[in-house]
Design a protein around this ligand. Structure first.
Ligand code: ZN
Length: 489
């Protein structure tokens, strides 16, 4: 198995070579979000990457069963199976039932994915809805001798597994190296080796999310849900497994190990991993102050943003990089993307204005071939976009009467632009109201600046007046440690 397989180049070009393993559906499983915080850029990239794949496979005539899970239990604060469950922690801090946290952030996730024009998957299962399936896999692995119980928790025995199977085949990690890098944790843990991973964790007395099992009242390990849910909905072997590069190790490596013992083989024929996003050259992180949510991008309501960036600008910007490359966000790069997207959409709008002639000075069939070649080459969206810009150049020349198209060629070009720009890349003309909200963002920036100056001068009467008058027109101002923000109520 090779995570770097160029599946599209070799397989999708010849449809007969890419037959679904469980026909009639191509099985696509993508690791979805852990729903304990507001959706951010890191959520947008995998969603958009696999949205293009989903759309393109469907365009090629495949039926696709696309499963993208919601992690609502078992994802602990760190990968060593220690710390609090991320959702339970949020629920405790906000005095909510964990499932209220899950519902709230799942709804937020859907809202922002809709804004980005990301299609819903075919099935969106939740980890907490598949405890029985997960426990069956724990039993299976324990019976086969590849897991051990410690104080009510069950851990996968990676060392034992590695004797007969290779642990780390996807990421290229070698167990010998893991011994040296993780040794210091030993002694503090109930695991045999620190790289063993939890299949089942005994819940502490204060832990709210717990289910009964023969091992203990507890909850499943994070890696197990994807093995259970992919097998349930796509079969024990399916076609494509996707996710972000950060999931390659240990998450996907653990999925392979679990599946190999429980089902006799790894889960997927092909693996696809999208690369990471950086902001101004830095990794995105809460502690670095560059953690920008999608809502903040869409409103411009963040200190690092010069203005609001629309959902289609974000989508287009992400698509300007091939999914295996890193993407660096900056205001300058987003400005260029916004202009590029506008040029593309303006080009499309010119199409109805073109008068046709008796001959064509532009090879529409060659364009079609180049667009398909780009997508078939491992979803090379930047190359596809470059070809679409060439077409826009021709369209603009034709609209100026400097280039000619036959009626038939123009019709074909029209269809191709609609297909690649709207249907496959999922780019849409944005409503005019986006412009208004951008203006509102800029005006609010001015108002909040004046209010801040009043506060700096201890002119509380003015700062309170601004806050109250805004509240009266439905805008809530919130004071945080990084300055004030606002939202429409
Ligand atoms: Zn997963």
């Amino acid at each position: 198995m090779n995570s770097q397989l160029k599946i599209f180049n070799t397989l999708l070009k010849n449809k007969e070579l890419f037959q679904p393993i469980n026909p009639p559906h191509v099985g696509l499983y993508v690791c979805g979000p852990t729903v304990y915080g507001d959706p951010h850029l890191g959520h947008a990239r995998p969603a958009i990457t696999f949205d293009i794949l989903f759309r393109y496979l469907q365009h090629l005539g495949y039926k696709v069963r696309y499963v993208r899970n919601i992690t609502d239990v078992g994802h602990l604060e760190n990968d060593a199976d220690e710390g609090e469950d991320k959702i339970a922690q949020k629920a405790r801090l906000e005095q909510l039932e964990p499932m209220e946290v899950v519902q709230y952030y799942t709804d937020r996730y859907h809202k922002f994915m809709d804004a980005l024009n990301v299609k819903s998957p075919s099935i969106e299962p939740r980890a907490s809805g598949h405890i029985i399936e997960q426990l069956a896999i724990v039993d299976n692995i324990v019976q086969k001798g590849y897991a051990y119980e410690r104080n009510g928790s069950v851990y996968f025995d990676v060392e034992r597994y590695n004797q007969e199977h290779k642990y780390g085949i996807l990421s290229g990690r070698v167990l010998e190296d893991l011994y040296s890098t993780t040794r210091q944790l030993e002694g503090q843990s109930e695991k045999k080796n620190s790289f063993d991973f939890a299949l089942w964790k005994k819940a502490s007395p204060s832990h709210i999310m717990r289910w009964p099992s023969k091992y203990s009242d507890g909850f499943p390990g994070w890696h197990l849900e994807c093995t259970a849910m992919s097998a349930r909905y796509l079969g024990q072997t399916f076609d494509i497994h996707g996710g972000g590069m950060d999931l390659l190790f240990p998450h996907h490596e653990c999925e392979i190990a679990q599946s190999t013992i429980a089902h006799g083989h790894g889960p997927a024929r092909y693996w696809m991993h999208n690369n990471m996003i950086t902001i101004n050259g830095q990794k995105m992180g809460k502690s670095l102050g560059n953690f920008i949510t999608l809502e903040e991008f869409f409103t411009g309501n963040h200190a690092l943003l010069t203005k609001a960036w629309s959902p289609m600008t974000i989508r287009f910007f992400i698509l300007q990089a091939q999914y295996r490359s890193t993407v660096d966000f900056s205001n300058e790069a987003l400005m260029a993307a916004e202009k590029g997207l506008q040029r593309l959409m303006d080009g499309l709008a010119q199409l109805p204005k073109i008068k046709t002639g008796n001959n064509s000075d532009y090879d529409v069939n060659a364009l079609e071939q180049k667009c398909y070649d780009a997508l078939n080459d491992d979803l090379n969206s930047p190359i596809l976009i470059a070809h679409l810009f060439d077409a826009v150049k021709a369209i603009n020349s034709a609209a100026d009467g400097k280039l000619s198209f036959t009626e038939q060629d123009l019709q074909k070009l029209n269809n191709l632009m609609g297909l690649f720009v709207n249907d496959i890349l999922g780019l849409q003309v944005e409503e005019k109201s986006e412009g208004n909200s951008e203006l509102l963002n800029n005006v609010m920036g001015v108002v909040l600046k004046i209010r801040q100056e009043a506060k700096n001068n201890k002119d509380w009467a003015t700062s309170d007046k601004i806050r109250d008058e805004l509240a009266a027109v439905g805008i809530t101002v919130k004071d945080g440690k990084d300055g004030a923000s606002w939202e429409i109520k």
